[in-house]
Design a protein. Structure first.
Length: 153
């Protein structure tokens, strides 16, 4: 029973740690060294359903897949839990960023949820910067409090 709680804790720690990884990667890699892959996401330089920015989905999937594979093949539950946390964060990212915020598939259009509206507002502020400099709001799930205060409901 204790092992079960430890595994859940490792999974949750990996999931929450991914917000920091996402923030750092978004700010210093996507808006830095790999701007050429990310800039079409800010400037709408793509003419299809997919963007060059979507390659980051594959890049971010590799650690999760590797941890799941190692954990499964070597029978190391901690690795499997880390891979599960990373993969769950990736799923949340897809639902929040691609479906809810950018409406790539027209679902989840209207929400009266204060937290979800704060996420959408913060991301809109992030996208008002068309260049790689002077950006803000690089995370996804953790939203600065000022975007909640601006909520009129």
């Amino acid at each position: 029973m204790i092992a079960w709680f430890i595994n859940i804790g490792i999974t949750l720690l990996a999931f929450t740690g991914m917000e920091g990884v996402a923030w750092l990667t978004h700010k210093y890699v996507m808006h830095g060294l790999c701007w050429t892959l990310h800039k079409d996401h800010h400037r709408k330089e793509h003419y299809s359903f997919l963007e060059r920015n979507d390659f980051f989905f594959l890049i971010f999937a590799i650690p999760g897949i590797a941890c799941l594979a190692i954990g499964t093949i070597k029978h190391i539950p901690a690795w499997t839990c880390v891979g599960t946390g990373i993969t769950l964060y990736g799923a949340c990212y897809f639902f929040v960023h691609d479906l809810f915020i950018h409406q790539r598939i027209k679902v989840l259009r209207n929400s009266e949820n204060r937290y979800l509206r704060a996420i959408r507002r913060a991301h809109k502020i992030h996208h008002k910067h068309l260049g790689k400099e002077d950006g803000e709001c690089f995370g996804m799930l953790l939203v600065p409090f000022k975007y909640f205060r601006e909520d009129k409901t």
